[in-house]
Structures are given as structure tokens and as C-alpha cells.
Design a binder for this molecule. Structure first.
Ligand SMILES: Nc1ncnc2c1ncn2[C@@H]1O[C@H](COP(=O)(O)OP(=O)(O)O)[C@@H](O)[C@H]1O
Ligand SMILES: [Mg+2]
Length: 221
């Protein structure tokens, strides 16, 4: 597995975000994206995950088996497979009136798991992020830190080949940051490539490589 950004630049209308980003992430590797708010971390993750088409350049999965589609209709009908990517969105989207367990089961149901197997796997993933016993709680009743861990569990539950996590510990204390990192690193040890946007030095230091986004450039530290 490899995910590669080749000469990627992006602008929103007249706002230039960054230019000429070159970055490769291979199986089992970890990369941190750092930089001030507004520097383009979320934009770069969204380009790496094929959700945003870059203004220039390309993203290549597995050395060309799936390249950046040219238009959105093509994007909908072409690879990557849904289980290739696990996402932790910065906005912590959830189904607010469904339980934590339902939220975490969802990716497995979409992959064709039966409900009872999906429930068991989701429950064990909730355990791994320190949420044992909270499976029956409705998402809208959870604290910010609990909801963030539900979102992490939902990203990990399908054992994606690539995890793209946008400030996944932003609402967590030290202890739970460690718990979440351990859960992510358990997947990484099994070969998942991990890309994390973060402001937290503890998270960045745990990654093998760190890239800093600043003044339109992305520089490896
Ligand atoms: N959909 C959008 N339309 C226009 N501008 C955007 C959009 N998304 C982000 N931006 C702008 O692009 C820049 C980078 O944003 P973002 O990638 O969210 O940065 P970060 O995640 O590092 O805070 C910011 O100036 C932001 O205002
Ligand atoms: Mg962001």
C-alpha cells in the first residue's frame, strides 16, 4: 500500500492554501501534519482522501491503481474501496440521536456485516478507546471527549488501510490522548498507514515523520 501526493497545490477561488506538496505514506507508516489554524491541514487530508480534487497535481493510491479522478462523477464510480480509508473528521459528525454503538457499527453494516457481528466488533472497538459501558448512550448526550472517541472508534472499526485523522485528540486530556494513540498505533502495527493533523506535540512526536504547513509551503521537519 502507498499513498502519494505529487506536486499538489490547492486554492479556494483566489485564496492560495499551499503549493507543490510531495509526500508519500507507505503501509504501517505514520505522518503528522502540523501548522497553525488555517494553514491547510484539513484541506490536505481531504485531498489525500480523494474528497477534494487538488487545483494542481495528483494523489496516487498504490502506485497508480487508483489516481485522482478528473471530475466528481468519475470519483463516485471509481476506486478506492470504502474500506481503504478511515476518517476522523475535525467536525466530529455523528448520528446524534443514535447510540454510540450504532454510530461505530455503521461502517461495518455498510461493508455488509450482519448486525450482531457488527455490534460485537463495535463494542470491542469502543473498549479500546476507553468507552466500555457507554455503547447504549445516545451520541448527543456524550461529552466532547467521549464523542471524539466514538468518532475515532468509528474510523478504526473497519481496520482501514489508511487512517486520515483530523485533530483526533483535540478534545481529550493527556490520559485519553494516550488511550486513543495506543488504539491507533495497534492498527498501525498491523499495517495501517496513519496521517494525523494535530497541534499536540505528544501526538506529533509519536509519528515517524512530521510535516509543517506554513506560508503556503509544506516542509518535512
Ligand atoms: N470550502 C472552502 N472554501 C473556501 N475557503 C476555504 C474552504 N475550506 C477552507 N478554506 C480556507 O482555506 C484555508 C485552509 O483551511 P483548512 O484546510 O481548514 O486549514 P487548517 O485545517 O490547517 O485549519 C483557510 O484559510 C480556510 O479559510
Ligand atoms: Mg483543520
Amino acid at each position: 500500500m502507498s499513498l502519494e501526493a505529487i506536486g499538489v497545490s490547492h486554492s479556494y477561488q483566489s485564496t492560495k492554501v499551499f503549493r507543490d506538496v510531495n509526500l508519500v505514506v507507505e503501509e504501517g507508516q505514520s505522518v503528522a501534519l502540523m501548522g497553525p489554524s488555517g494553514s491547510g491541514k484539513t484541506t490536505l487530508l481531504s485531498i489525500l482522501g480523494f474528497l477534494t480534487t487538488p487545483s494542481e497535481g495528483a494523489v496516487v493510491l498504490d502506485q497508480g491503481s487508483a489516481t485522482q479522478p478528473q471530475d466528481s462523477s468519475e470519483m463516485r464510480s471509481s476506486p478506492p474501496l470504502p474500506s481503504s480509508f478511515g476518517w476522523v473528521f475535525q467536525s466530529m459528525n455523528s448520528l446524534k440521536y443514535r447510540t454510540a454503538l450504532d454510530n461505530v457499527s455503521l461502517p461495518l453494516l455498510a461493508m455488509g456485516y450482519d448486525r450482531s457481528t457488527a455490534g460485537l466488533v463495535a463494542e470491542s472497538t469502543l473498549d479500546k478507546v476507553g468507552l466500555r459501558g457507554l455503547g447504549t448512550a445516545l451520541a448527543h448526550t456524550l461529552s466532547g471527549g467521549e464523542l471524539q472517541r466514538v468518532c475515532v472508534a468509528r474510523a478504526l472499526v473497519s481496520k482501514p488501510r489508511i487512517l486520515l485523522a483530523d485533530e483526533p485528540t483535540g478534545h481529550l486530556d493527556r490520559t485519553n490522548t494516550g488511550v486513543v494513540l495506543d488504539a491507533i498505533w495497534a492498527l498501525k502495527d498491523d499495517g495501517t498507514a496513519v496521517v494525523i493533523a494535530t497541534h499536540d506535540p505528544e501526538v506529533a512526536l509519536r509519528c515517524e515523520r512530521r510535516f509543517r504547513l506554513t506560508e503556503g509551503k509544506v516542509i518535512q521537519e
